[in-house]
Structures are given as structure tokens and as C-alpha cells.
Design a protein around this ligand. Structure first.
Ligand code: ADP
Length: 490
């Protein structure tokens, strides 16, 4: 199978969030299984070029039709930790990808519509005929639209498109102008609600809706989230169109990079361990306590690692802190917020608990510390309001840290309650609560702390069962291949 990924991000050269990890991780898994994968990305000026090997121009004069004229692009090629990547660099006064950062500009829909068009133009001119083009999120939503409406007649008649939605909240809403610029034209045709028309504004087009309508298959990043976006408000207005296209829509759980996240080899933790040497995990707890000036002693360590965003259930994270401290446990937080008010709030909390021997908050992004916390903690809380997939709970399981999660999105697909799950006892791996309120969290945390204190052997068994789970790219890789084969042969 020959697959081309077209995406706005790929870890670690151009990463903002989980999308980048999926593009890299899935590509790697497919290649390990013997398939040919190429990744097409914008050549941002802020690309982390130290992660690209042998970067050089490979296609000097790619003229991309745009807005009645054409923009000349240079296409670069390089290896990103073994993955084959093409980077498209437009030469135009708009400087689409020379903005010092990835997103956040008024013309984002135009920037990424141009990138989508350039990617197709490149495949056409370079004579590439992949079996499947895999696109991601709204940024590349116009790829299936333009493939069907323009490029299949121009010679790209072969490829099928699989589109993955990582985040329904950002859908790429644009005005009519974009139709003229891309050469699609015909606003009255495209703004129909069964094509790209945006529900709220009849003059606007919705790029994510276009991807859903025009792709051969659409996925989101966990099976339960695939249900939520159709049946609750988590589809942010796209529920009805997903219903209409549900025969080609499904959820595939993201995988975790099992090389990067491996307690047996992790160079960033204080003591390496695996299931057979589980007691060595305690060296990490000691190291973290020393580093954070927490007192030693037989207290369970509860942690939160993640963005400080309303999505994550901030009031419940704070509640977990208070609950832990009132129940003779310790609490550690590593969090980074992008909103000033939220950061202020947590800085305030940090100052309040500065001298507490059982509590430490670290505000900011710290990859290395994250590894140590996953290895050190006994419990990881994740009381998210919504969570399309979630990686932190998978990392916790891999490190024998028991997750305490709300039953939402990918958390529901990966964590199975010790007391109440319908799964066989050997498959249970954490604690789960339903409602996003203090009572729900309390019930799960009290059971978790109770097991730690009263039944240490059972708690250890639960942690080991978590370590035995396989949330690597192995299963998702197989799942995506089955989807590719299905749409290729259809
Ligand atoms: P989301 O994609 O919504 O941020 P996920 O759980 O899917 O949440 O992925 C979060 C990833 O980012 C995890 O690998 C987590 O360890 C990491 N992470 C989040 N915040 C921080 C931080 N402040 N410092 C270090 N790593 C972080």
C-alpha cells in the first residue's frame, strides 16, 4: 500500500498537539509493516530543522494555480527520524508559512487551503499515485473536495481519501473568496448544506464539513468519541452531517509511542523498571519527592499532567488536590495553560501551597519532568469534560500508575473500573466516574485511595494489569490498514 499523509503538523518537526504525534506514529507503524508512506507538510519558518536529515530542494518550480494566477513553490525533501517528508515552500508576498508560528492568523483558512491545493498539485506534477491520501483536521479538509472536483479529471483519478478529525471544535470557517482562490468557484453549489455550507452562516463554507462529505472514510480518535460527536453537542454542529454519512464514519483509538514511553528504557526517569521489577518504581517516587521537597512516608502520590484548559475539568483538578490533602495523600501537578486567567489562578494556588510538604504545583511545559511524574505517581487524575482520545492515561498505564478518569471520549475506551466494569477482572485497570462533579470524583478517588491503603497487594495487581495493556500503534495500525484496504477496493 502506498499512503501519502497530508497534514499541518508532524512530530517533532512541526508540533502543536496530538495531531502531530498521530501523523508521525501512524506513519512509522505503517512503514514497519512494509508499506510506503510519505508525508506532505508546509515549510514553516519555525520548523524544527534539527529534526530533519538531508533537507534539500527536490522540486524547484511547482506553479500552484491560485486566485486567477499562480504561486511558485519549492518542494523540499528530508527525513524526519526516518519518515519521508516533503515540505512545501510558497514564494509569495502573503508569506503563508513565514509567520514565526503555526496558527492564529486571520487568513488561516486561506493559508491551509493554499497548502492543500499545493499538495495536490505536487502529487499531480511529480507523477505520484498513492492508493490512499490520509488528511487530518480542518486544515487539509479541502484536499478531498479538490481531489474529487478538480484533480481527478486532471489525472489524479486513483487515490482514495481517509480523513481523521482530531478536534471538532476548530472546523475552518471561510468566506466565498476561498472558492474563487482555489479555483473551485460556484459558491451557490458549494454552500449547499449537503456540501460545505456552514449551518450558522449561509455565506460561509466549512472546511471540515467538506472533508466529511467528500472523503471515502472519516475517522475520529476513539470509538466513544465517534458516538459522542453524533449524539451529543460535542460534534459542535456537525452531528447531523455525520449521521448522514455514518456508514463511512468510525472511531480509531490513537496509539502511544511505546519507544518514547517505556519505563524499562526511559532515560528521563530516576530508576528504570518493568512489570517484573515493579518495586523499582519507588525510586522514582523518592526522586520526585526530593526534587519537589515533599516529605517521605507511606502516602499515596496523586498527580495531574496536562494542559490547563477548561476542557480538562479545571475545577475538578483543584478538587482532587484538596481531596488528596484531606485524605493523607500527596498531590503533584504539572500543567501549562494558554489563557492568562487560568494561569493566574493556578499560580495563586501554587503560592498558597508553597510550603506544604504534601503538595507541589509546577506551571509550565516540561517534557522531562512529565516522564518522572508518570513514573513516580501512584494515581493520575483526568477529570476531563471532553477528551477525544487522551494520551496521558495511556502513558500512566504504561508506567504502572493507576488512572482515575471521567467516563468520556477516549478515556471510556481505555480505562476500565476496578469495581464496576463489565470487563473480566484481569482487564480492569483504573477507576472511572460518570458525572463531572465533585461527588463523582470523590467516589472514584476514595475507592482508589482505599485500595492503596487497605489492599496494597490488590492495588499492585491493578497497576500491573494496566502495564499489561497494549495501547501501542499495533492495533490502530491494523485498524487503519483495514480502512485503507476497504476504501481502495470499493
Ligand atoms: P491534549 O492533546 O488534549 O493536550 P493528551 O492527553 O492527548 O491531551 O496529550 C497530552 C500530552 O502532552 C501528554 O503526552 C502529556 O504528557 C503532554 N503534556 C501536556 N501538558 C504538559 C506539560 N505541562 N508538560 C509536559 N508535558 C505535557
Amino acid at each position: 500500500m502506498y499512503v501519502v499523509m497530508v497534514a499541518a503538523e508532524c512530530a517533532p518537526v512541526a508540533k502543536v498537539g496530538g495531531l502531530a504525534d498521530v501523523v508521525y506514529g501512524l506513519s512509522r507503524e505503517l512503514e514497519l509493516r512494509g508499506h510506503a508512506v510519505e508525508i506532505v507538510l508546509p515549510k514553516y519558518d519555525c520548523l524544527r530543522e534539527e529534526h530533519v536529515w538531508e533537507l534539500a530542494p527536490t522540486f524547484e518550480d511547482l506553479w500552484v494555480p491560485w486566485d486567477g494566477g499562480a504561486i511558485r513553490c519549492t518542494v523540499w525533501f528530508g527525513f524526519v527520524h526516518g519518515r519521508k517528508c516533503y515540505f512545501i515552500e510558497p514564494h509569495s508576498r502573503q508569506a503563508y508559512f513565514d509567520r514565526g508560528t503555526y496558527y492564529g492568523f486571520w487568513d488561516d483558512p486561506e493559508r491551509f487551503a493554499f497548502f492543500s491545493k499545493a499538495a495536490l498539485e505536487f502529487l499531480l506534477k511529480a507523477g505520484k499515485h498513492p492508493d490512499v491520501i490520509h488528511t487530518h483536521d480542518w486544515q487539509t479538509g479541502l484536499v478531498p473536495v479538490m481531489l474529487y472536483e478538480i484533480y481527478s479529471a486532471a489525472g489524479l483519478s486513483h487515490p482514495r481519501v481517509c480523513h481523521t478529525i482530531h478536534n471538532f471544535r476548530h472546523q475552518g470557517i471561510a468566506g466565498h473568496d476561498l472558492l474563487r482562490q482555489t479555483g473551485l468557484g460556484r459558491p451557490e453549489y458549494y454552500t449547499a448544506p449537503d456540501r460545505m455550507g456552514d449551518g450558522d452562516d449561509h455565506h460561509a463554507i466549512n472546511l471540515m464539513r467538506g472533508a466529511i462529505v467528500y472523503s471515502n472514510f472519516v475517522t475520529t480518535v476513539s470509538p466513544h468519541h465517534a458516538w459522542e460527536v453524533r449524539h451529543t453537542d460535542q460534534g459542535f454542529g456537525l452531528g447531523p452531517v455525520l449521521h448522514r454519512h455514518q456508514a463511512k464514519f468510525g472511531g480509531v483509538l490513537n496509539g502511544l509511542d511505546y519507544e518514547m514511553w517505556n519505563p524499562a528504557t526511559d532515560p528521563l526517569i530516576a530508576g528504570r523498571y518493568d512489570a517484573a521489577s515493579f518495586e523499582l518504581k519507588a525510586a522514582n517516587t523518592e526522586a520526585l519527592r526530593r526534587r519537589m521537597l515533599l516529605r517521605a512516608g507511606p502516602r499515596p502520590l496523586v498527580a495531574y499532567v496536562g494542559r490547563l484548559d477548561a476542557q480538562k475539568g479545571l475545577h475538578l483538578i483543584k478538587h482532587a488536590l484538596h481531596y488528596a490533602l484531606h485524605h493523607e495523600a500527596q498531590f503533584v501537578l504539572l500543567g501549562s495553560g494558554s489563557e492568562h486567567g487560568i494561569n493566574e489562578d493556578f499560580w495563586h494556588l501554587k503560592r498558597r501551597f508553597n510550603d506544604d510538604p504534601d503538595c507541589h504545583l509546577e506551571i509550565g511545559y516540561d517534557e522531562e519532568l512529565a516522564h518522572l511524574i508518570y513514573a513516580a505517581a501512584d494515581l493520575l487524575v483526568m477529570p476531563s469534560l471532553y477528551e477525544p482520545c487522551g494520551l496521558s492515561q495511556m502513558i500512566a498505564l504504561r508506567y504502572g500508575t493507576v488512572p482515575v478518569v471521567r467516563s468520556v471520549g477516549g478515556l471510556r475506551d481505555t480505562v476500565f473500573d476496578w469495581d464496576h466494569s463489565e470487563r473480566p477482572r484481569v482487564e480492569r485497570n483504573g477507576f472511572v466516574f460518570e458525572h463531572a462533579d465533585a461527588a463523582g470524583l470523590d467516589s472514584a478517588l476514595s475507592r482508589a485511595l482505599g485500595l492503596w491503603r487497605n489492599e496494597p497487594a490488590l492495588f499492585r495487581e491493578l497497576a500491573l494489569q494496566g502495564m499489561a495493556c497494549d495501547y501501542s500503534w499495533n492495533h490502530p495500525g491494523q485498524h487503519y490498514l483495514a480502512i485503507y484496504e476497504f476504501i481502495r477496493d470499493k
